[in-house]
Design a protein around this ligand. Structure first.
Ligand code: 5RP
Length: 260
């Protein structure tokens, strides 16, 4: 299979393959959204089908729900599951404290609710997601459609008083129309460039009327699994204070990833 995969896809695949080793029989598992998380859903589906792993998945988007069902993972809502053992998701950026920017795929609200309702959050990524300071990736915020332009103006004004390098905010588009999330809201991307105090920014953003949630994940992520194009993975566990490296072996035994 490695011959068919680009280095970036190999990196995402081995990170996903390593991360699903955290999943055990009987677990309720939050299923993230995005291209890396899609690898994880496929790998988990493979374990369900081949090992008879008995799990329940809680998807963080309609896209992920559809994929999970396709690969054979039983899916329930968060309200049905109530509390989760583990969530595995991708990220747009992570720093050395395992603080994240998420929402590039537009699913930050459900992702944050699901991850917060989990005993443990494992993030999977390729090395390009590591940053010294969060903020080069535009920070998404989810806003309700009513009065979104006023909300945007309030956010830009607030950013002027924060420890950031940029204050531009743009409405995310889907072709000619505003992007609409699974919750019927819009996304505004904040081009802050560098965030000096992510914790403060997250708190202040969520005080602005019209802002539903922001893409900063602070003190939520427990483990980051970084995949590399040569099949290596690095696992950093912030609670254990450990950093380990290993190699993921995989064989070209089937073609379940071909349609990703
Ligand atoms: C979706 C997300 C994704 O996890 C994030 O955008 C990373 O996506 P990808 O794995 O495709 O790079 O937050 O809302």
């Amino acid at each position: 299979m490695s011959g068919e995969l680009s280095p970036i896809d190999t990196a995402k695949f081995v990170a996903a393959k390593r991360a699903v080793q955290y999943v055990e029989d009987g677990m309720r598992v939050g299923l993230g959204t995005g291209s890396t998380a899609a690898w994880m859903v496929r790998c988990l589906g493979e374990r369900v089908r081949e090992e008879g792993l008995d799990i329940t998945g809680v998807p963080t988007s309609s896209r992920t729900a559809e994929l999970a069902r396709q690969v054979g993972i039983p899916v329930v809502s968060l309200d049905e599951a109530k509390w989760l053992d583990l969530t595995i998701d991708g990220t747009d950026e992570y720093d050395e404290d395992l603080c994240l920017i998420k929402g590039g795929g537009g699913a930050l609200l459900q992702e944050k609710i699901v991850a917060t309702a989990s005993d443990r959050m494992v993030v999977i990524a390729d090395p390009s997601k590591a940053v010294e300071h969060l903020g080069a990736f535009p920070l998404p915020i989810e806003v309700i459609p009513f009065g979104w332009q006023t909300t945007k103006a309030l956010v830009e004004e607030m950013l002027g008083a924060m420890d950031v390098l940029g204050t531009d905010a743009t409405l995310r588009m889907n072709g000619q129309a505003a992007y609409v999330t699974d919750e019927g809201n819009h996304i505004i991307d904040l081009h802050v460039k560098r965030i000096g105090d992510p914790r403060k920014l997250s708190l202040v953003l969520n005080q602005i009327p019209g802002v539903v949630e922001n893409g900063l994940f602070i003190d939520i992520c427990d483990v980051v699994v970084i995949g590399h194009g040569d099949g290596r993975v690095e696992v950093t566990d912030i609670n254990e204070g450990t950093h380990e490296e290993e190699r993921i072996e995989f064989v070209d035994s089937d073609n379940i990833f071909a349609d990703l």
